[in-house]
Ligand binder design. Structure first.
Ligand SMILES: NC(=O)c1ccc[n+]([C@@H]2O[C@H](COP(=O)([O-])OP(=O)(O)OC[C@H]3O[C@@H](n4cnc5c(N)ncnc54)[C@H](OP(=O)(O)O)[C@@H]3O)[C@@H](O)[C@H]2O)c1
Length: 174
């Protein structure tokens, strides 16, 4: 099994404004869709409700594990889970952790790859990326116009890969 996280933040690590994203970045939403279509996604109840609010339904063509202590409304492809059980959620395949902050924090030690979109511009909000630990390597970075796509991996693959520090976000020129 491989556990991925998909995160969008600004260069200060901001990820949310109340229950919503602080920005509308259609290029990043397209990137999110490409990665997750046909896959299993894990998310917290708050993030799930914000998707329902925005789309009026769960994400199409994705299987959702929604963490909550409540009983949620029935939807096809949505399972409500009252405890984190990553091996069962991922099974033999892949699992994409898609937020929010509390779920990223709980999964941090089990993530193998983080797809981090650093959205260009200045935003207001009140939810920040939690500590995901150090020891991440920057495998790839790509300028996608309205955002910078960073792929961070836990294990070194190159001879001398540069250690990625979260503080780097502050210094990225965007
Ligand atoms: N920028 C990004 O990439 C991104 C992605 C996703 C979300 N976000 C933002 O993040 C914010 C939401 O993050 P959040 O931390 O407030 O909320 P969240 O992680 O989406 O959801 C929190 C809820 O999930 C449930 N939960 C979490 N861990 C659980 C566990 N181990 N067992 C059972 N239930 C559990 C609880 O629901 P109950 O209260 O129902 O028990 C908890 O209140 C929003 O602003 C959203 O827009 C940003």
């Amino acid at each position: 099994m491989t556990i991925y996280a998909i995160i969008a933040c600004d260069r200060h690590g901001l990820i949310g404004q109340d229950h919503q994203l602080p920005w509308h970045c259609s290029e990043d939403l397209q990137h999110f869709k490409q990665l997750t279509l046909g896959q299993k996604v894990l998310l917290g109840r708050t993030t799930f409700e914000s998707i329902l609010e925005r789309l009026g339904r769960p994400l199409p063509e994705r299987h959702h594990f929604v963490l909550t202590h409540r009983i949620g409304k029935h939807f096809a492809n949505v399972v409500y889970e009252s405890a984190l059980d990553l091996p069962r959620f991922a099974g033999e395949g892949n699992l994409y952790v898609i937020g929010g902050a509390s779920v990223y924090a709980q999964c941090a030690d089990f993530l193998e790859v983080i797809f981090l979109s650093v959205i260009k511009g200045n935003y207001h909000g009140n939810v920040y990326l939690p500590d995901l630990g150090s020891g991440w390597f920057l495998e790839k970075s790509e300028d996608r116009g309205s955002f910078l796509l960073l792929e961070l991996r836990r294990k070194p693959k190159n001879l001398c890969p540069r250690l990625f520090l979260w503080e780097d976000l502050e210094t990225i020129q965007i």
